[in-house]
Structures are given as structure tokens and as C-alpha cells.
Design a protein around this ligand. Sequence first.
Ligand SMILES: Cc1cc2nc3c(=O)[nH]c(=O)nc-3n(C[C@H](O)[C@H](O)[C@H](O)COP(=O)(O)O)c2cc1C
Length: 317
Amino acid sequence: MTRPLPFTSPWLLAPMEGVTEPAFRRVVFALHSPDVLGGAFTEFVRVIDHPVPTKVLQRYWPGHEEGAPVGIQLMGNHLASVAETAAAAEEMGAPLIDLNFGCPAKGAIQGCAGSALLDDPPRIESIVRACVEATHRVPVTAKIRAGVRTADRVEEIARAVEAGGASLLTVHARTRLEFYCPEVDWTRIARAVSAVNIPVCGNGNVLRHEDLERMRAATGAQFAMVGRGALADPWIFSGQRVTPAQAARFLLDYAAALGGDSPRLYRASAARVKQLLNTWTAGGLVNHDRKQRLRETCPERFFGWLTEVADPSKLAP
Ligand SMILES: Cc1cc2nc3c(=O)[nH]c(=O)nc-3n(C[C@H](O)[C@H](O)[C@H](O)COP(=O)(O)O)c2cc1C
């Protein structure tokens, strides 16, 4: 019997390094009840050859958050260290532990972690099992890519995750070689669904609200996960159409959550907001003027523009 999952909606926010830290999760959760956005994940926590100290885990997951459950994602290949870190995460009260077998970055591959393990399903099984055995109640889940160079072994990898005792398998439909290519083949998710009995979460190119249900219907997956689509439009989980003012307010709230009220972090938070603005679509906030907004080097003027759109009455006459 696998451990029950804590999600109350099938739509999940993907782990994204450099983005899905506590501040971003807070503002996204403020838009959606857990019945709409079922859960989210921390950025990956790299486990090398020592367990990660609780203080470090707390930077990724500071404790109970308002909103849906957040899984702590671990990435590593050292069995004892990953398992001990999983046990520490459970001890901290994390509602879910996710294992990363998809990261295509050079650092992960050189450390034989992330997507480097996709060619070694027995190793994936051992890592999942070690984490399940090191914990008592918390569900352990795994996120894979469809393969390294081809998707030929997706069923085998999926079965390894299941055999290790995982409660959920997330399949990012691209291979490592495909990196973040524009096209994705959802039939690979359907193949994983047919290969295992545990729930599967599909991932890859959910770009609009309608794609969430479309992915489930096309693949048979129980859950669907959104990555970059949520960076362009954080309302993708509900499909709500927002105004430019609501979009600007979200970005200002994000800056404030990042600590943008403090002078030291003001410039840094402007840079983070601009990172989102690069691909932003919500509310039609930026169109032909995107490049001009991104070129603005003065944070005061940048935030002044957002404040004016969010609430013109707040501007000095
Ligand atoms: C900036 C960025 C950072 C990412 N970081 C992680 C990560 O920490 N862990 C992980 O499992 N996947 C990570 N991913 C992959 C996403 O979770 C997701 O699988 C991928 O973006 C495909 O989904 P999409 O087509 O909806 O964007 C990252 C993706 C992006 C764009």
C-alpha cells in the first residue's frame, strides 16, 4: 500500500530552480485555494555525500505555508545521504518528499544525479526505496524525464519508480537530449500510465488552462503539472482572465514577498520581477512595450510603472 497523497486538486505547480522559492509560492497560493491549485514543490535541494542539515532544508521549506501542500524535492545519488535527508524533511513536517530524476544540468550529470540516473533504472528504484524505508508516513514521489536520448525505456523507468514504493510518478515528457524543446510528445506520458498502477502526473507544455484537462484526457494521467506556463500566467490553474491592474498587483506583491521593501533587496527584486516579465502574458500587461520595460534600469521607475497600472490613485500628483 502506498502512502496517501495530500493533494485536493489534480493541478500542480512544478519545481523550478530560481523561481518556486517561498516568496513565489506565497503569491501564487494567495490566488488559488487548494481545491484549485493542489500543490507545489520546492526547487531541487542538492544532496551530495552528506545529509543536508535541517537549517538548509528550512531555506527551501520554512515550515507550514498558507495554501496547498508543498513537497520538498531532493536530488542526489548517495543512498544514505538522500535517505537521511528525506527522514529529516519528514521530521520537519514536510507533507511530501519528491525525488528529482530529470535535471539535465551539467552539474547534476557530473554528480551522477538527476537525469544522469535515467539510464540506470535499478539505481532509481534503490534511491526511492531507501527514502521510503527511511521515512514513516510521508509519501515519497519521483519526477522523471522520458529518457536520456530516446524515450524507449520510459516504461522501465516508470516501473522502477513504482517498485521502489513511490506514491506518485511525474513524467516530464521530454528526454534529456530534448532539454526544453518547443514540441512535446504526450504519448510518452500515456505509456508510463499504462506501465504502472500508481498515480501519474503529466508534465510538459501545459501552456493554457484548457491544456490541463486536455493532458489528462489525452494521457490518462491523474494529475497535471505546470512549469513555465505558470510563470507567464499564474492564474493558469483557475483559468481566470485578469486585468492589467491585477497582473501588476501580483508582480508588486511578489517583489514585496521577496523583501523588496528593504532598500538592499529593492534592485534584486526588480530583477526577479523582470525575469517573470520576459515571458509574461497575464492581463495583457506587456505587449509591444515588453522590451522597453525590460530595459528599464532604474528600479524606482520600473516599480513606478507597475504601481501606476495597479493603482493609479497611489501615485503622487
Ligand atoms: C527555470 C526552471 C527551473 C527548473 N528547475 C527544476 C527543479 O528544480 N526540479 C525539477 O524537477 N524540475 C525543474 N525544472 C523543470 C520543470 O519542473 C518542468 O519539468 C519543465 O519546465 C517542463 O514543464 P513545462 O513545459 O510546463 O515548463 C525547471 C524548469 C525551469 C524552466
